[in-house]
Structures are given as structure tokens and as C-alpha cells.
Design a binder for this molecule. Structure first.
Ligand code: FAD
Length: 395
């Protein structure tokens, strides 16, 4: 007989989204019976990995104990969910335990598919192949940028959805800036390859980004997906998404943003593409009304960022709290997301926009211009805001 427990609310995933929701629920009702299922003993502030890869911070600044962010009174099941059974209102963990729920919040994040590119999984973190997309590899980015004296530096952005759509370009800008400051820029060819067809989805920010690339001599290549690495020859193979065949590029360093996708385990709750299928405004599941989702695992058609979760969480919590009372919540999410586009050391364009790709900026000045103040906000303000505000249910 399987071990079986029941909770009023089960939250699957204790990353940015899961902990933010748990903290807000706790702020409203400290006695609510909430269970968080999260296997990791560490919590990561991933947005700072861009600046770790650029040598501004050590990776340790991004890591804290998960235990310190589980709200008082919540149950923490330190396991992975192995199956969702929404018809039975339960999830099953890897050890076989069953967790029943009245309401479920899915906050699993996104799966990183290192294996999908032959040659990547076995080389990432060494021999010039680097990535900011994991705690284990992020330090290799800075070590490699720092050591490169001459040659070709490639930066990739896959055609799959990814978390933080600006991150592949940000590390390209930082590396280029570093090469320039060290007097090596003329000896290093900097190239950016993107599976998509444009540098950024919002015209207001795409324009200055395009101008910066042109001014700084960064070669941009669109509709090209990295499909293979040949580490022994230091070659990267790209495939055109515009019927132009394949292209092989040599590299001295390559920063890879790996392909990503939804976790298979969430398939019973997924849409055709596998993302947890929720209403774009209420964040409530389209088939199972006692299920909600937010963040990277969700079908919400906006870019996948922590900043988006900051606006999604209060909407989800309001609608979930209404549902807990047997009422229909009326809170609505407008697709807000933000991308602090680091364009160099001490410079940043703060993109903020909604589902309609309309800018919705916080500050009373033109955020499409590079500014030190916005860089300082990302480097020094937002991490504090994250650890002490968002994860504590205060924002
Ligand atoms: P996560 O925070 O990834 O949490 C998912 C959690 O689910 C994890 O703790 C995981 O252990 C757990 N989990 C996974 N599988 C299971 C399972 N089977 N059972 C139980 N638990 C499971 N965002 C910004 O807003 N601004 C930025 O500048 C920015 N820059 C970024 C730069 C980089 C390099 C990266 C990697 C990310 C960046 N982001 C940025 C994106 C941001 O970090 C993510 O969008 C955000 O963390 C997503 O939150 P989440 O809760 O959906 O997923």
C-alpha cells in the first residue's frame, strides 16, 4: 500500500515560482496547509549567472539553502514528482508516495536538453565550450573569456523556447566588451547565431540592440540553429531554418545556450507542445479547475523570466485563494515580462513589455537607452529584491 498524504494545496517545484507562491499564500494565511515538492536542497538566483559568466560575481552569490525559503508551517517533500494524476487529484513522487490535494500549483521550470546537441553534454565546461545555463558550468564561461587572446568566439541562441530570451545576447555583449577593454578586440572575431529571425521580439528594444551589434562589429546570424559540436576539431555545425542548408564554423570559444523544453512528467497536464495548459490571464488549468501553473513550465505565451513570475504570482494567488473559498477569482495577468539587457560592463537596456509586445516601462525615462542606473539595479538591487522581497511574499 503506497504511503498517502493529503494537503489543501500542493506546490510542485520550489524554484522562483513555487517559493514565491508559497510565500504569498503564507502571508495571507499562515495556517493554510501547503506542501512543497522540491528535490533540491539549494535555491538558485539564476539571473545573476549572466554576471557570473562575465566575471563580475562568483557563482556562490547565486546559491542559498532551500530550507531557508520554505515558509514556516509548510511541509517540504524533498523528492521529485514522478507522475501527475489530475483525475484522482494526486501526484506520485519518485519513492512511490502519493500526495493528494484539493488544489495543485505546478511550478516545475523548464527542462534543459544538453543531450540534444551531439558533442555538447560531454564537453560543456571545458575546451572552450561554455554555458551560463547551469551552476556547474557558469564559471567556465568567465575562465574562457578571460583566457582568450585571439581567434573566434561564437554565441548561440536555439530556436526552442528558453528561459530569459535575452541571456544569450547579454553574455555576447559582456565578452565583447571585455575583449575590447583588454585591447584584444581586433584579434577576436565575435559572432552571434540565433535560431529565431530577429534580435529581439519588441521593436523598441530590437532597434538599439541591432545598432549596438553593428557599432561594435558583432556579426549577427539569424535562422541558424546549432545542431552539432565536433570538439576534437573545434567545429560547430549550424543548420539553417530558412532552407540554406548547413554551415560549419570553427571556434576558439563557444557559449552555448542549450535547447530547452517542457518536462515529460507534466504531460497529463500539458498542451500539444507539452507546456502546462493554463488560461493566459487567470493561470488556471484549461481542463482541471483545481490546477494552476506559472513560470517556465506553463503555456503562458510570454517570455520565460523571473520578472514575469513576479507579476504572475499575485494573480495566481488571488485566484487560488478565491477558489479555496469556493468563488471564482477575477484577477488577470497581462503577460508582463522584463529583460534586463546587459550591453556591457556598467550598461543596460531594461526591456519591459506585455502579451502584445507593447513596452510597459517602470521608470519615467526611455528605457531603450543604455544606462548605468539600470545596470546597477540588475547587479545590486534585484538580487536583494529577490531574496528579501519576492521569496518572502512581500512583493
Ligand atoms: P525554476 O526557478 O527553474 O524552478 C523549478 C524548480 O522545479 C526547481 O527548483 C527544480 O528543482 C524543481 N523541479 C524540477 N523537476 C521537478 C520534479 N519532477 N519534481 C519536483 N520539483 C522539480 N529572469 C529574469 O527575470 N531576469 C533575468 O535577467 C534572467 N536572466 C537569466 C539568466 C540565465 C543564465 C538563466 C539560466 C535564467 C535567467 N532568468 C532571468 C530566468 C529565470 O531564472 C527563470 O525564468 C525562473 O527562475 C523560472 O522560475 P521557475 O520557478 O519557473 O523555474
Amino acid at each position: 500500500m503506497a504511503d498517502r498524504k493529503h494537503h489543501r494545496v500542493v506546490i510542485v517545484g520550489g524554484g522562483t515560482a513555487g517559493i514565491t507562491v508559497a510565500a504569498q499564500l503564507h502571508e495571507h494565511d499562515p495556517d493554510l496547509d501547503v506542501c512543497i515538492v522540491e528535490p533540491s536542497s539549494k535555491h538558485y538566483y539564476q539571473p545573476i549567472w549572466t554576471l557570473v559568466g562575465g566575471g563580475v560575481f562568483d557563482r556562490e552569490v547565486s546559491e542559498r539553502e532551500e530550507a531557508d525559503y520554505i515558509p514556516a508551517g509548510a511541509t517540504w517533500v524533498r523528492e521529485r514528482v514522478a507522475a501527475f494524476e489530475p483525475e484522482r487529484n494526486l501526484v506520485r513522487t519518485e519513492s512511490g508516495a502519493e500526495l493528494g490535494y484539493d488544489f495543485l500549483v505546478v511550478a516545475l521550470g523548464i527542462r534543459i536538453d544538453w543531450q540534444r546537441i551531439p558533442g555538447l553534454a560531454e564537453t560543456v565546461g571545458r575546451d572552450g565550450v561554455v554555458s551560463n545555463y547551469s551552476y556547474d558550468t557558469v564559471e567556465s564561461t568567465w575562465a574562457t573569456i578571460k583566457a582568450l587572446r585571439a581567434g573566434k568566439a561564437l554565441f548561440t541562441h536555439p530556436s526552442t523556447p528558453i528561459k530569459c530570451g535575452g541571456a544569450p545576447l547579454k553574455i555576447c555583449f559582456l565578452a565583447e566588451d571585455h575583449f575590447r577593454r583588454e585591447g584584444r578586440r581586433d584579434a577576436i572575431d565575435v559572432r552571434f547565431f540565433k535560431g529565431g529571425g530577429a534580435i529581439f521580439a519588441v521593436p523598441k528594444y530590437a532597434k538599439p540592440l541591432t545598432e549596438i551589434c553593428a557599432k561594435r562589429g558583432i556579426e549577427t546570424n539569424f535562422n541558424w540553429d546549432l545542431v552539432e559540436l565536433r570538439p576534437s576539431k573545434k567545429e560547430a555545425v549550424f543548420r539553417s531554418l530558412a532552407d540554406e542548408g548547413e554551415r560549419v564554423e570553427s571556434y576558439d570559444m563557444i557559449h552555448v545556450t542549450p535547447p530547452m523544453g517542457p518536462f515529460e512528467v507534466q504531460a497529463p497536464l500539458g498542451n500539444e507542445a507539452g507546456w502546462v495548459d493554463v488560461d493566459a490571464h487567470t493561470l488556471r488549468h484549461t481542463t482541471f479547475p483545481n490546477v494552476f501553473a506559472l513560470g517556465d513550465c506553463s503555456s503562458l505565451p510570454t517570455s520565460k523570466t523571473g520578472a514575469a513570475i513576479r507579476k504572475q504570482a499575485p494573480v495566481l494567488v488571488a485566484n487560488l485563494r478565491a477558489a479555496l473559498q469556493g468563488a471564482e477569482g477575477t484577477s488577470s495577468y497581462d503577460g508582463y515580462t522584463s529583460c534586463p539587457l546587459v550591453t556591457g560592463y556598467g550598461r543596460l537596456i531594461l526591456a519591459e513589455f506585455d502579451y502584445d509586445k507593447q513596452p510597459c516601462e517602470t521608470f519615467p525615462f526611455d528605457q531603450s537607452r543604455e544606462r548605468y542606473s539600470m545596470y546597477a539595479l540588475k547587479a545590486y538591487g534585484l538580487p536583494q529584491f529577490y531574496w528579501n522581497g519576492m521569496l518572502r511574499g512581500r512583493m
